[in-house]
Design a protein around this ligand. Sequence first.
Ligand SMILES: Nc1ncnc2c1ncn2[C@@H]1O[C@H](COP(=O)(O)OP(=O)(O)O)[C@@H](O)[C@H]1O
Ligand SMILES: [Mg+2]
Length: 275
Amino acid sequence: MGEDGRPPLVAAAGVTRRYPPRGGNGRPGAAGVTALDGVSFELGLGEVVGLVGRSGAGKSTLARVLIGLEPVDAGEVRYEGSRLDSLDAAARQRFRADVQPVFQDPFNALDPRQAVGAIVAEPLAIHRVAPRRERGALVARLLADVGLPCDAAFLRRRPHELSGGERQRVALARALACEPRGLILDEPVSALDASVRGQVLNLLLGMRERRSLAMLVIAHDIALVARLCQRVVVMAVGRVVEQGPAATLLASPASAPTRELVAAAGWLAQLPAPE
Ligand SMILES: Nc1ncnc2c1ncn2[C@@H]1O[C@H](COP(=O)(O)OP(=O)(O)O)[C@@H](O)[C@H]1O
Ligand SMILES: [Mg+2]
């Protein structure tokens, strides 16, 4: 339960997720990978949490588990206190609209044949957010919210005609279309140039101010998430090894994996963490 007595938006309790050995030609009896090993995690309403760890720590697996894209072998995942596997069709539809993923490479997430206007309008139709005649105005507002133009020429562009930063903004506009209360952002700026990275980070910082938009921000750069998030969770080899206020983790990391991440962040880690 959160401080206000309401259940977290999404939560994992003691979740284990194992993958079979990769490929069909693995040795018989070869051990698979335990990507998540008894992980518990909560994202409260309106909370902005960072999730960091080296590559392979299990961050993306946790992200997929939290949005119901992947089953678990043990433990449970809950949406507003109800187990995902017990949601009826209506609740599941609500969950899909309410907790939206944003992935590292939006190029894979965006349909290459669809134009920007259609990409952003689609969820409005699927989730029946607005009648057809109101969709144009909503798309324009969503694009403006993420700092994109909304003129007819831009609406007609296709993903390959956009820069990496523009694509990630389109993905964000689409994710925000059905007014979700939660975003699960898996390495949202890792694929972007350093200059554009700052712009998208500022955009996320602005979105943090939106009342009651919860965000899970996944990154391998602890300094980056410390700028966005009040609370940071550190994972290593499928487990949560440490968590706490961003400033505390940066100033006095208690575990070896956290120390490693802080050292890797170098001078960036010296920047002040947000309030
Ligand atoms: N679909 C999959 N099949 C088999 N192994 C996987 C799959 N996805 C991830 N893994 C393995 O699970 C572990 C955790 O991966 P992942 O969640 O992607 O970590 P991270 O996002 O922290 O880099 C890694 O060892 C990875 O190789
Ligand atoms: Mg990952």
